[in-house]
Ligand binder design. Sequence first.
Ligand SMILES: Cc1ncc(COP(=O)(O)O)c(C=O)c1O
Length: 393
Amino acid sequence: MTQKWAPETVVVESARPQRERDAPLNPAVVLSSTFVGTHDLGAEGAEDDGIQYGRFGNPTWSPFESALAELERAELPGLVFASGLAAVSAALELVAPGGTVVMPRHCYLGSLSAARDSAAVGRFDVVTVDIADTDAVNDAVSAAAERHAGTPRAVMLWVESPTNPMLEVADLPAVIAHAKSVDALTVVDNTFATPLGQQPLTVGADVVVHSVTKYLAGHSDVVLGAALTSNTDLHEALHHHRSIRGAVAGPWEVWLALRGLRTLALRIERSQQNALELAKRLSDVPGIEVRFPGLKSDPGHARAAAQLTGFGSILCVVLPTSAAALAVTDCVSLWTPATSLGGVESLIERRRRHVHEPHTVPEGLLRLSVGIEHVDDLWADLEQALASALSTR
Ligand SMILES: Cc1ncc(COP(=O)(O)O)c(C=O)c1O
């Protein structure tokens, strides 16, 4: 897809109703579960049948789906889902029965749990790898491809980069190229980077998924997901999954997400600046470890600098113990102790409070989702909480 505008303009200007006298600037919210139609119906609302029914489509979805496609440079419209995990589940279902999914050992725990649940009932196998270790990733994909030689779509490489929560950075072009060379599908969860940070379809990924809940919507007020692809067969399969399994988005949520998307570039610019500044200040605090790809000392820095526009606004601080980490979340008053990320407000969370978080994530790791508040206020709150937590050890 050729791009007329820079992404900063796309988020503001795309998906507007046709410009004509008295036209509204914003698309309408269509609150209807059913749509007028007279023709015989296909199994799931084929396009020439019209929308038919609210599980097959809603006019509120289309502007947001087209804006996402423009941002991710997908040649087909995006597909909104009821949640990020609904989009993840639909993408995982692209794997042929009995196949293998190669996943980062530290990816979003919901994605790992969904895949492991499928593995537990024999739907496919799951192999986990350190996604930053390119040889290990390629070896795992090659081994799976050998095991399933001759079966189409039997191998999937699942990528998060940076990973949630460890912020490991994959060599995205290299692992995707290798996966392609052995006919493995590649899905990239682009929630952390957003399409403003990287566009995985342009380096050969087959599918991109998003938790729209996070940066794209940006205000912690909706739960929503999306999947994007330029491949007609995969698009059809994802569309079928959405229509038949039924994880469809509510029109209000999609409308709110489009409104949130309008300020994505501004929000990202500010939160990334804040995150970099906080990471630098935190690096001078004795007794803690800081993980942030924007720091030159971070193992993912060189790749992030080469692959991403900006370094994101998630950073991690590792305290010596879970008690010390908990003391920090108890002592903050501006940062909100809560799960999730990508909203305008800053959140802090000890990730191992989730029982399914992999045990290789340190007990004392705090994930910080940096918002758009004034950096000095964020720092003052964090500094006093760290000082208090570290002094009571
Ligand atoms: C990277 C990533 N992918 C997917 C999801 C799932 O998205 P949702 O909560 O919208 O279902 C999350 C949620 O935290 C996430 O962080």
